[in-house]
Design a protein around this ligand. Structure first.
Ligand SMILES: C[S@@+](CC[C@H](N)C(=O)[O-])C[C@H]1O[C@@H](n2cnc3c(N)ncnc32)[C@H](O)[C@@H]1O
Length: 237
């Protein structure tokens, strides 16, 4: 198994094991988690008289999808995740909503069955191992979008230099110490971050999106190492 396959297997197994605890845990680990997701959803505009075709990639337990459906119930939504136990939680959370389908799939070899009017994601793309993997995913996302379609991502990123990165890590640790025992932060959360997560600089993400062809690429929200950014595909080629 190559590095990417090994890493995905490890991520899947860890999320699988902790899926039942995830919703409580993530709010102790990610400052302003709900605010960040709410900001992303606030950017979504639904045309009248037509269902927006949406996919939430790396949907996990479905928090972002649930927020989207609460604001825009008339969407046709696909929830995709490679961890079946996480997707089961999403299924349970979203039951009763029409027009939602669930796909267990790894983004690395997912052939998007678009076109989609909107592609959204939260805290998932930083798991893509290399910069090349992230660029490739932007390319796939771009091709899957309908003309005029949008992509928004809420995620963890790196600072532009080491000094800023140190500040971000300090602020992040400060937040976690408020909600979790020190042993858990230092013995579990931070080692898992260094082992499983591959965040990139926000400035790189924005550049890759522009190179891919996205227009209107912008940062919508930022709090230290957490951010919401996005862009859209032009209406004309
Ligand atoms: C930190 S959780 C985020 C879940 C949810 N989006 C949220 O905001 O709470 C990351 C999720 O991304 C999924 N994931 C990571 N890499 C993936 C990949 N290559 N393909 C599909 N899902 C992936 C994991 O299985 C996990 O459910």
């Amino acid at each position: 198994m190559d590095e990417q396959g090994r890493r995905m297997a490890e991520i899947r197994s860890n999320f699988s094991r902790s899926s039942g605890e995830y919703d409580r845990w993530i709010r102790k680990v990610i400052p302003r988690y709900d605010e960040m997701l709410d900001v992303l959803v606030s950017c979504v505009q639904c045309p009248e008289g037509r269902r927006l075709r949406v996919i939430d990639i790396g949907c996990g337990t479905g928090t972002l999808s649930a927020k989207l459906l609460a604001s825009h119930p008339a969407v046709e939504l696909t929830c995709l995740d490679m961890t079946e136990d996480m997707l089961d939680m999403a299924r349970e959370r979203l039951k009763g909503h029409e027009c939602v389908r669930y796909l267990v799939h790894n983004l690395y070899d997912f052939e998007y069955d678009g076109p989609y009017d909107l592609i959204i994601s939260s805290l998932a793309l930083h798991h893509m191992v290399t910069d090349e993997d992230k660029r490739d995913q932007y390319d796939r996302i771009f091709r899957a979008l309908a003309p005029g379609g949008y992509f928004f991502n809420a995620d963890v990123v790196l600072a532009s230099d080491d000094t800023m990165q140190e500040l971000y890590m300090e602020k992040w640790a400060e937040f976690m110490y408020n909600g979790l025992p020190q042993e858990e932060v230092e013995g579990s959360v931070l080692p898992r971050y260094y082992k499983e997560d591959s965040p990139a600089r926000l400035t790189d993400h924005l550049g890759w999106m522009r190179e891919t062809g996205f227009i209107g690429v912008d940062v919508i929200w930022k709090y230290y190492n957490l951010t919401v950014y996005g862009g859209r595909k032009s209406l004309v080629d």
